[in-house]
Design a protein around this ligand. Structure first.
Ligand SMILES: [Zn+2]
Length: 185
């Protein structure tokens, strides 16, 4: 069985506020019993927080076996990060609606993807649409499945699908827009 991840990626947090906001969300999740306070080796060699007794409150269809898995952790990621999904089906221009990346057309990805490295290396990540010519920020394009680029994210490993209401509650605490990359290793 492959391992599955789902991420709540904050695409608006600044580098300066990421640590503080990450710690605030973590302590709220611990208070709610959604994750355990202590860190253990529960994410493929990374430290994480195992699901707490009330973890079902965060998911649509909880399953009892989650507690038994070796990889079942929650992790706060702070620092410049590409919060990726497994693969890209499409990237659509937020200005004109043109499909600028299509997974059937490898060249379209090869033309577009350098913007990720540029952003990661400290660039603006702004790029002009090849159809309408208007510039768009890296988080403005409509990515499917979702990708996020930012300084704060929350990873859940092998959890059942997160409840949209829970994700909205996290976004509200952050006061920021979030996106939800996911994938299976
Ligand atoms: Zn466009």
């Amino acid at each position: 069985m492959g391992d599955w991840f789902e991420t709540i990626a904050d695409v608006e947090a600044t580098p300066e506020e990421a640590d503080r906001l990450g710690a605030e969300v973590l302590s709220w999740l611990v208070e709610q019993g959604i994750v355990m306070a202590e860190q253990t080796d529960c994410i493929l060699g990374n430290q994480g927080h195992r699901p707490g007794p009330n973890y079902p409150a965060a998911t649509v269809e909880p399953w009892a076996d989650l507690h038994e898995l070796g990889t079942n952790g929650f992790r706060v990621v702070a620092g410049r990060s590409v919060f990726y999904s497994m693969g890209v089906d499409q990237v659509v221009c937020p200005r004109c609606g043109a499909v600028v990346v299509d997974d059937q057309d490898k060249d379209s990805w090869n033309n577009f993807s350098p913007v990720i490295d540029e952003w990661y290396m400290g660039g603006t990540g702004v790029r002009a649409c090849r159809h309408c010519g208007k510039p768009a920020g890296i988080n403005e394009w409509r990515w499917s499945p979702p990708w996020g680029f930012g300084y704060l994210g929350f990873e859940f490993w092998n959890w059942p699908m997160l409840d949209p209401g829970f994700v909205a509650a996290v976004s509200n605490r952050l006061g920021h827009r979030t996106v939800r990359p996911c994938g299976k290793l």
